[in-house]
Design a protein around this ligand. Structure first.
Ligand SMILES: C[S@@+](CC[C@H](N)C(=O)[O-])C[C@H]1O[C@@H](n2cnc3c(N)ncnc32)[C@H](O)[C@@H]1O
Length: 480
């Protein structure tokens, strides 16, 4: 058993040890409350201080495992103390809980400068991607740009074989340390850029939290910047990944994209997706203006407050200005290789959605495909009468209007789970949502609604044909 397992160094134990106040302060990179909370001298407290807070600890407190920690290259001895050489973080991974080994965190004022080949630990973006990734079991999975190996740990147990790649050999070395400490065996690791190390291979699942940060040329931090111009790395990954997928395979990545003056972002990313030529769901979760973006990443590399800060900040702004950049979008991209005409959904979703999205991401892509099928069937047969449709589970109807009014001014259908979308609908769709469970074809249902509302049956059918594709794509209805 390794020292971390023995001491019970788990997310839950560290969270309990720190409590909400010290935990909250740590999230703001303030360690003083956490130091007060970990002064008891137990092995768990000592490991938390050493590897999470990154302060030296008295060797006597870790007497049983000091040799082991030094032999593993995780810590060094210095005048009766142990100092961490690497950051070791317990992980609550869906697939394989364990430990992520990365370079020491650079906290403001801690005097740690980032080396160009810095290996970043599991952070917010890593968790976002892990929540997006499909939940079903797969055969061959690829984690492109594995860093500390966190995504591979999440995939373990769901993927029969896992391959990890990184352009940074140091990252591959630390990822192997993560796997070893976590008891995860059989992971193949390949060095190289983008899809080059797997150029002759195909996978059922490709995941990537890539170096998506769009920075002026003199950045040089490999964990976040690819060295390619603008958002070119994400474009190459999106356009190249489908050829590396098996039929039905999925690729999921986080991405940043430029908002260029006069070019809708959907068109820019849409062009990548057209070139990818497969089913796709693209979600923009946030947009920052160039100044916010530069500040975010200068804080990330602990450059805020340094003498070079103003010049660096100015360089980012100049870089964006040259390219007529008005903003930078943050989002998720899911691609699925199918054999039919690609169904594509590109949208902005800023509100909170049910997590993990990976539990229902397949349904979202299926909705996009079914919306296409519905429109195709209508175009071919002229009417949707023979199709069977069912309303999604968990829909809620809201009627909006002045108190006491006989008829509502607006009707809303709202999803109580999943993406929690809301749609303004008319009487026909609201009526359908109440009755269609997939057993009867649409024709008789629409005729019954026409009769009840006194509307013209032909108009009701034409209306359903016009509005249902979007409602199917949005997951309010599905083809039965
Ligand atoms: C943001 S980190 C992601 C680490 C980890 N997968 C996660 O989810 O937290 C991006 C990783 O991509 C790697 N990387 C940078 N440029 C690359 C390239 N051209 N090809 C492959 N990987 C690259 C970096 O070394 C880094 O480990």
């Amino acid at each position: 058993m390794n020292p971390f397992d023995r001491a019970g160094y788990t997310v839950a134990a560290v969270r309990e040890l720190l409590g909400p106040v010290a935990g909250g302060a740590l999230a703001r990179d303030e360690i003083v409350p956490a130091l007060r909370a970990t002064g008891g001298g137990s092995p768990l407290e000592a490991l938390t201080r050493l590897f999470w807070l990154q302060v030296p600890v008295d060797e006597a407190g870790l007497r049983d495992c000091a040799d082991d920690l030094v032999a593993r290259g995780l810590a060094e001895r210095s005048a009766g103390e142990l100092r961490a050489l690497l950051h070791v973080e317990p992980l609550e991974a869906a697939g394989h809980a364990g430990y992520a080994v990365s370079d020491l965190k650079a906290r403001p004022g801690a005097g740690v400068t980032l080396r160009p080949d810095h290996v970043v630990g599991a952070g917010g973006a890593s968790a976002n991607l892990a929540q997006l990734v499909v939940h079903r079991d797969v055969g061959d999975a690829l984690d492109l740009g594995t860093g500390c190996g966190v995504q591979a740990l999440h995939l373990a147990g769901r993927a029969r074989r896992i391959t990890v790649t990184d352009v940074n050999p140091r990252a591959l070395r630390l990822a192997r340390m993560s796997f070893e400490l976590s008891g995860l065996e059989g992971v193949e690791s390949l060095e190289g850029s983008l899809l080059e190390p797997v150029r002759d291979r195909r996978f059922d699942l490709i995941v990537s939290n890539p170096p998506f940060v769009i920075a002026p040329p003199r950045g040089g931090l490999v964990y976040r910047e690819s060295g390619l111009h603008g958002d070119e790395f994400c474009r190459r990954l999106v356009t190249g990944a489908p050829a590396r997928l098996n039929e039905g395979g999925t690729c999921q990545l986080l991405a940043n994209w430029l908002h260029v003056d006069g070019v809708p972002w959907e068109d820019r990313v849409g062009a990548w997706i057209r070139e990818a030529g497969c089913d796709a769901w693209v979600v923009q979760r946030d947009v920052q203006d160039p100044a916010e973006y530069a500040e975010l990443w200068l804080r990330d590399s602990v450059e805020a407050g340094t003498p070079e800060y103003a010049a660096r900040y100015d360089a980012w702004l100049a870089y964006f200005e040259q390219q007529r950049v008005t903003g930078i979008g943050f989002g998720w991209i899911t691609l699925r290789r199918g054999d039919a005409r690609p169904a594509v959904r590109i949208e902005e979703l800023r509100h909170a959605v049910d997590q993990p999205v990976g539990a229902y991401v397949d349904e979202i892509l299926t909705g996009a495909v079914q919306a296409e099928d519905f429109s195709t069937a209508c175009a071919k047969d002229g009417a949707p009468a023979g199709l069977r449709v069912r309303a999604a589970a968990g829909l809620v109807q809201e009627q909006i209007g002045p108190p006491g009014a006989e008829d509502p001014e607006r009707i809303l259908l709202r999803q109580s789970t999943g993406l929690r979308r809301a749609a303004g609908v008319g009487t026909v769709e609201a009526g359908l949502a109440g009755v269609c469970d997939g057993t009867l074809p649409l024709g008789p249902l629409l005729d019954a609604i026409a009769q009840l509302t006194g509307m013209d049956p032909a108009q009701v059918r034409a209306h359903a044909e016009a509005v249902l594709p979007e409602l199917i794509a949005d997951g309010f209805f599905a083809l039965a």
